[in-house]
Every structure is written in structure tokens, then in C-alpha cells.
Design a protein around this ligand. Structure first.
Ligand code: ANZ
Ligand code: ZN
Length: 803
């Protein structure tokens, strides 16, 4: 019979579905295993091979754990709100809901064609009102707990999406999504206080099994800095508080810098002798992004404030004050003491503006370059700190500042609050009403979900208003508090909202009373293994850890962390190692591969392609190689006609060894080497002959990778049950030893005997065994020759040259 993968795959999809073969059972006594992959954004382009890699890898793991008797939850859904759908809808005059529905249908079809063992009964869609009811409910809890607030602040504005972006969405000054330039705009925004969780988000990384590069990226993003706040005086009387990580260098502060947005400037403006110049500089700075402003290579700019001086609190020295855009308003206090001798940026600025450079840590030549080493230097020109190490000086000065009430120790985080509103249509409406009498009023929970109105046009406006603002019927409402006329909030939530808690919904997706029942949450939490893209490390992964911790604090979820383990995959590149892109025309569509070679080949190949964590490039030749491998399995099965229940002695050792290897490789994300071992096993069984027991084991080991063909062959041979839910084969460590073989022993090229040794034995041991053999030893004694040289042909013969 021919290996008709198309018919076989269709047949088994139907059987798996009818039998609900991969359904997860909440409350089961079996050990639970929750395997999660990042749900896709259902774009118009359909599923691509970049999805297939992590999905297949996790499916292999889920299938193996299921065969090991665990109660596996492996769910799938769609993260369907967002700009690309909305932009497509605008261009083609189709409602985003319709676009979403069509795209989801395409994705679902592709995912099913790949044969993933998802529990389809738990499928979710973030744009479903039954789902986003709970996204809105979480927002209300955040609001009631003081973690959601509205604030006017400078935000990142994408000139093309006409929408604000979170810091996490701005990459090198352009919009992460569309690549257009990002500018700064002062706007009133909904914010989430993720900063309140900064320390816990950092500390609890110690308790989870995330790959190291994920932990490092999150730690850097959270960016904890320890130092001190110091209150300087000024000749205008006002205090200027600065944040510094180097309070030890206080005696070396020769000027100060305020950010162009610093609130003191407005207060001082009338008294400054160069107010016009200062105002012009402020305007220029406002047009730049943080990225442009802090770029290290860029030339420093600034303006000295005329008519005012700062006063260093430790020595009473009057020093100039500048404004410069290299000081950000959003970090620390928005003001710094500048120590050009020991800070690179300050040094550059001082050279350009002719500021004094005073060395306070000995060790370099501070007129030539800033000396920034704090491990070796000794304090100088610093009064009572002189002679101390930097570390000791930090402690001493911080104590001094505290005692004199001019400063104190301070911890700062780089992490900023999360800008949570978007001026677009296709997102969750924020469930808030603005009442002229009562102010900001949250909707009643019983009025959730607050659905989007049906509209004709959802084009964004240039004035930065959400398209919802134009739908007066929807906007005008009554205040839940006083019953008077009020207006709805018209901004919507960002794409990241729905994905911040979706893993909880899978635990109990049809619940109308709660986001999930306490029993389901207790049973399934935490996610045992979550694989996803590195690009989400400081976005989705961090946001969802934040929401989870909040839900833990209000008693909704039972664990502090959502995910016990996090891994990440490398990218799939086009043939020849270049990035796949539409413009290059080298995008591989999994559907085409499935049509030509079958889903089992596609799955096998995407795992065989290389180290899971590293980038790998597509090779059509290697796809064909994987197809030939499955053909070989198919052909091998046709040779098996017996009903043996035990392995033959010939194949016993390789079978046990392969079980051992595949069992550990799958959980180590080394599916590629597991498959290599299965290819070797298939060849060996083909050469040696294969019995029914041996075929069964081969099929079970291969089943997580290529489940359709294995279920089919299993059924054709009348083996009991269904292969993909049969019990994972066990191995016996004692039988994993190497097979034994006979080797010919020659003396000076003539056959003189044979030895029985373990296969693949090292040359030296082979020679020693040959010399020790009774017959050979007697022969050598008789001829009286001494060994001069030996030649070993692996697993075949050893030739002893004697004289
Ligand atoms: C004096 C000093 C001397 C500093 C020295 C450094 C070296 P991190 O590690 O990033 O926290 N700084 C403080 N607030 C700033 C702001 N809003 N914009 C730009 N720079 C700011 O760095 C903290 C250091 O960055 C602070 O310590 C301050 O310069 C500067 F030898 O104070 B330092
Ligand atoms: Zn009211």
C-alpha cells in the first residue's frame, strides 16, 4: 500500500475530534501538566512557519506527557484585537469583526491541519465579548485598587498608527509594529501602576525556571538602581533634588542639569535673564524622543540658566545650572548633579561648555577622560571622605546626608508605568464614564461587557481622538453614580490587555460567573511550561506577570507567578539563511508544505531543522529527507507480519537505548537529536528485521512528532487502542548496554581466531582482549613474536603485527 498522507491525516483528525482524544480534565487525579504556547494574532497572512516551530515543539512535549499518563492541558486561542486588522478593515471597508472572524477560520484550519493536540473545546478569542468582559473586569479591579489612573504626560506617538505606544512598543525610536517614526506628545492617558510591582517582579524571578536570557532582559528592563537623593540649594531659594548613583562624588559636582521639562523652570522663567533662549530650547527638546535624547554618540546641547546658581549642600559652593535634553524628566527626579571627572556624559558636556572638572576619585587623568572605575579608586578633594574607597565613601556620605537632612538613600527603577490607552476602535472599551458631577466613575460590574458600537467609519483622527469619540449615541450615557448625563471613555485598551490573563481563561473557558472558577485555577495553576518569543520578554511576559501578581493580591489566583518555566525558540529563516519576507518572496506557507508532503513531514522537519533555541534556515531538500524517513517507516511496517510481544535479542539494546534518548531529549527541547536516533533505529530495524513488539515501540516514540502516520500503522496492525494515547514505552537501564559482536583476529594478516566483544569498543581494549584470548596467546607464545603494531577495523577485525 502507498503512504497516502492526505487521506490518513484527514481520517485521524476526524477520529481525534470525535473521540475528544486530547481533552483536558479539570480535577482529575492524574498529575496535571499545563503546556502553553503564545496564541497567534490572526493576521490576514495566515499561520507561518515561525508559528509552526514553537507550536510543534510544544505539541511534541504535550503528546509525550499525555502518553506518560499525565492530564495535559494544551490550549489554543486568538489574540485578535489590534491595529493590523483595523487597518485592513479601513482599507477594504469590511468590519474588523468580520475580518477577525475570517482570519480566525483560516488559522484554525491551518492549526488543525498540522495535527496539534489542542483541546479545541477550550479555544478562546480575545475579541469575544464573553472573553473581554473579564478583561474589563480586571481593569475595574485595577482601578478600584488605585493601579489604573489617568494622567497627562508626554507619551510616544506613532505618526502613522496615530496612536500612543507604550515604551515597550518603541524600538530604536520607531513604532515596533509599523516602523514609522515616534514623536512625543503631551496627552491625557490611562496608566497602569506596574512600577508598584517592580521589586516583586525582580525578586520573584529567582523562583521561576526561565531561561537565563529572559531573566537578564527582564532584570535590565526593570533596571533597579541604588543611590541617593540629594537636595541642593539655589540662589532663588528653591531646593533642587537630584538622584545620583554616586553620592560619593558629591564634592566633584561642578554644575547641575535640569531636564527641559523640569517644573522649576516655569516657576523661575520670569526671573531668568535668558528666558527666550531657555524657552526655545524647551520647544526643541519636546520634539525629540527619549531615544534621540539619550543616544550616547550624539553631541551634547544645553543652555545655562541666566541669573541663578545651584548650591552644593556639602561645601556651600555656587555652581551653574543648565538645562539639557540628556537629562530625562521621567527618570529619578529629572535633575542631576554633574560630576564631569567621573561620568562620561557629564565630561563631554563640561568640555563643550567649559565647566570645571574636579577629580574626587584618584586613578585616571580626568582632564583627558572621565574616570568611571569605582572598584579601585581612592577619594580625594572630598573633605571627610578623603582616603576612603568608593564603597566606603558611598556609605559615609549617605549617612552624613541623612543626618543633616539634606538627602537619603534611594532606590530607583527604569521601569515606567504602563501607558494603557489607545486612540483606536478595535480594542476593549475602557469601562469608565466621565460625569461632570462625579468625575471618573467605573461601570458597574453587572454592566459588563461594555461592547463596541457598530460604526461606519473607524478611521483614526489626526487630533489624537479615538474614532469612538465621534459615535455620540454610544458616548452619551448616564452616570452609574448619580444617574445624570455623562460621557463614556473613548480610548480603548492596548493589544497587550487580552493576552495579560488568557492563560487563566483556558483553565475554565466557558465560565460566566468568574474569569475562571477557583477550583479550576487551583487545579491548573501555574502554567508548567510556557514557550514564546524573545520579543515578548519585556512586553507580554512582563505585563502578564504584573497582572497575575495583582490578581494574587486580590485573592483571585492561587500562585504568585503565572508560569513555572519559560523557554524561547530561534527564528526560522528562508533558504540560504536570509529573513523570510513578503518582499523577498521567500515566505514558506505551512499549508503548501502539508499539501505536498503531509503534516507529519512538516512537523518532523520543523523539529529536525536544528537546535530549538537557535535560528535555523529552511531547506526544501531536508524536507524531502524527512518525507523519505517517514516512507521508510511505512515500508518497514509492511514487512512486519508476526505477533511477537518481546524484542528480539538483536534489536533489544538499540530499542532500550532509543527509548532512553527520546524520553530525555523531548523534555530537553532536543527533538532534533531524538529524531536522529529514531532514524538510526528505523535503519537498524530495516537491516536486522523488525517484529511487532519492535514496531510498536518505534511508533510510540515517533508518535509525538508524526502522530497521524503512527496512529494509522498502529491501527493497520491491529495493535490495541490508539497509538497517540497509548502508554509511553519504558526502558530498562541494564539493557541499554551496547550489543556484543564477534571480531576476527589476524596475526600478520592471517586469521588466527575470533573474539566476542561489545560493539564500538575502543581500539586499545580490542587489542588487549585479542592478546588475552587463549588461542591467540598460545599462538604468539609458540612463535615467540613481540607485538610491533596493531590495526583495528571497527567492529570487524584486529590485525596484530608481530616480529
Ligand atoms: C552623579 C554621578 C556621578 C552620576 C558619577 C553617575 C556617575 P542609572 O544607573 O541609570 O540609575 N541621572 C540621574 N537622573 C537622570 C535623568 N533623569 N536623566 C539622565 N541622567 C540621570 O544612572 C543614574 C545616574 O544617571 C545618576 O548618577 C545621574 O548621574 C544620572 F560619577 O549622579 B549620576
Ligand atoms: Zn455622576
Amino acid at each position: 500500500m502507498k503512504y497516502d498522507f492526505t487521506a490518513i491525516e484527514a481520517k485521524w483528525h476526524k477520529i481525534w475530534d470525535e473521540k475528544q482524544l486530547y481533552a483536558a480534565r479539570t480535577g482529575s487525579d492524574a498529575k496535571k501538566f499545563y503546556a502553553l504556547v503564545e496564541f497567534p494574532y490572526p493576521s490576514g497572512a495566515g499561520l507561518h512557519v515561525g508559528h509552526a516551530r514553537p507550536y510543534t515543539a510544544m505539541d511534541v512535549i504535550a503528546r509525550k506527557h499525555r502518553m506518560q499518563g499525565e492530564n495535559v492541558l494544551f490550549p489554543m486561542g486568538y489574540d485578535a484585537f489590534g491595529l493590523p486588522t483595523e487597518n485592513y478593515a479601513i482599507k477594504n471597508h469590511i468590519h474588523p469583526a468580520v475580518v477577525t472572524k475570517n482570519n480566525i477560520a483560516t488559522f484554525r484550519g491551518q492549526l488543525q491541519a498540522l495535527g496539534y493536540s489542542f483541546d479545541w473545546d477550550r479555544e478562546i478569542n480575545t475579541t469575544d465579548p464573553k472573553y473581554f468582559k473579564w478583561t474589563q473586569w480586571i481593569f475595574l479591579q485595577l482601578y478600584k485598587n488605585g493601579l489604573a489612573y489617568k494622567a497627562k504626560m508626554p507619551v510616544n506617538w506613532c505618526t502613522s498608527c496615530k496612536c500612543v505606544l507604550a515604551n515597550e512598543e518603541v524600538v530604536e525610536n520607531v513604532c515596533e509594529r509599523c516602523g514609522s517614526p515616534v514623536v512625543r506628545k503631551e496627552k491625557s492617558q490611562w496608566m497602569l501602576r506596574i512600577t508598584r510591582y517592580a521589586q516583586r517582579l525582580l525578586d520573584d524571578l529567582d523562583d521561576v525556571d526561565f531561561i537565563e536570557r529572559v531573566k537578564i532582559q527582564q532584570r535590565n528592563w526593570i533596571g533597579r538602581s541604588t543611590g541617593a537623593e540629594v537636595r541642593f540649594g539655589s540662589t532663588f531659594g528653591d531646593e533642587i533634588t537630584v538622584f545620583t548613583t554616586r553620592p560619593d562624588t558629591l564634592f566633584g559636582a561642578t554644575y547641575m542639569v535640569l531636564s527641559p521639562e523640569h517644573p522649576l523652570l516655569e516657576r523661575w522663567m520670569d526671573r531668568l535673564t535668558n528666558a527666550d533662549e531657555v524657552k526655545a530650547y524647551q520647544e526643541a527638546a519636546a520634539a525629540k524622543s527619549d531615544f534621540e535624547r539619550t543616544e550616547l554618540t550624539k553631541e551634547k546641547t544645553g543652555v545655562q540658566l541666566g541669573g541663578v546658581k545651584g548650591i552644593n549642600p556639602v561645601n556651600g559652593k555656587e555652581i551653574p545650572i543648565f538645562i539639557s535634553d540628556y537629562v530625562l524628566s521621567t527618570y529619578g527626579t529629572g535633575a542631576i548633579m554633574a560630576v564631569p571627572a567621573h561620568d562620561d556624559r557629564d565630561w563631554e558636556f563640561a568640555k563643550k561648555f567649559g565647566c570645571e572638572i574636579i577629580e574626587v576619585v584618584k586613578g585616571g587623568n580626568v582632564q583627558e577622560a572621565a574616570f568611571t572605575d569605582c572598584a579601585t579608586g581612592v577619594m580625594v578633594n572630598s573633605g571627610f571622605l578623603d582616603g576612603m574607597s568608593v564603597a566606603d565613601a558611598k556609605k559615609a556620605i549617605t549617612e552624613y546626608l541623612t543626618e543633616k537632612h539634606i538627602g537619603e538613600a534611594k532606590v530607583n527603577f527604569k521601569l515606567r508605568d504602563w501607558v494603557f490607552s489607545r486612540q483606536r476602535y478595535w480594542g476593549e472599551p475602557i469601562p469608565i464614564v466621565h460625569c461632570p458631577k462625579c468625575g471618573t466613575v467605573p461601570l458597574d460590574e453587572k454592566d459588563l461587557p461594555l461592547e463596541l458600537p457598530d460604526v461606519e467609519s473607524y478611521e483614526p483622527t489626526d487630533d489624537g481622538q479615538s474614532p469612538l469619540a465621534a459615535i455620540t449615541d454610544w458616548v452619551n450615557t448616564t452616570c452609574p453614580c448619580c444617574g445624570g448625563p455623562a460621557k463614556r471613555e473613548t480610548d480603548t485598551m492596548p493589544q497587550w490587555a487580552g493576552s495579560s490573563w488568557y492563560y487563566l481563561r483556558y483553565m475554565d473557558p466557558h465560565n460566566d460567573e468568574a474569569l475562571a472558577s477557583p477550583e479550576a485555577l487551583r487545579y491548573w495553576s501555574p502554567v508548567d511550561w510556557y514557550n514564546g518569543g524573545m520579543e515578548h520578554t519585556t512586553l507580554h511576559l512582563l505585563y502578564s506577570r504584573f497582572w497575575h501578581k495583582f490578581l494574587y493580591d486580590i485573592g483571585v489566583v492561587p500562585t504568585k507567578e503565572p508560569y513555572a518555566k519559560r523557554t524561547s525558540h530561534g527564528m526560522i529563516l528562508g533558504e540560504g539563511g536570509i529573513k523570510m519576507s513578503k518582499s523577498r518572496g521567500n515566505v514558506i506557507n505551512p499549508t503548501d508544505v502539508i499539501a505536498e508532503y503531509g503534516a507529519d513531514t512538516m512537523r518532523t522537519y520543523i523539529i529536525f531543522i536544528g537546535d530549538f533555541e537557535k535560528a535555523a534556515s529552511w531547506s526544501t531538500n531536508a524536507v524531502k529527507g524527512c518525507k523519505r524517513f517517514l516512507d521508510k517507516v511505512w515500508n518497514l511496517a509492511e514487512t512486519v507480519t508476526d505477533h511477537e510481544t518481546a524484542y528480539s535479542t538483536k534489536n533489544e539494546s538499540i530499542l532500550h537505548k532509543t527509548i532512553r534518548k527520546v524520553t530525555s531529549d523531548i523534555d530537553a527541547l532536543k527533538g532534533n537529536t531524538a529524531l536522529a536516533a529514531l532514524m538510526t533505529l528505523t535503519s537498524t530495524l530495516t537491516d536486522n528485521g523488525c517484529n511487532a513488539a519492535e514496531l510498536k515501540t518505534l511508533l510510540q516514540l515517533l508518535s509525538p512528532f508524526a502522530p497521524h502516520i503512527c496512529d494509522e500503522i498502529w491501527q493497520q496492525h491491529g495493535f490495541e487502542g490508539i497509538c497517540s494515547v497509548s502508554a509511553w514505552p519504558a526502558y530498562d537501564e541494564s539493557k541499554c548496554r551496547d550489543a556484543e559482536i564477534d571480531m576476527a583476529v589476524q596475526v600478520n594478516g592471517k586469521l588466527r581466531g575470533t573474539i566476542h566483544v561489545a560493539a564500538d569498543l575502543d581500539d586499545e581494549t580490542v587489542v588487549q582482549t585479542a592478546l588475552a584470548d587463549e588461542k591467540i596467546a598460545r599462538f604468539l607464545e609458540k612463535t615467540g613474536g613481540a607485538l610491533r603494531k596493531s590495526i583495528v577495523v571497527k567492529n570487524k577485525l584486529v590485525n596484530l603485527i608481530v616480529k
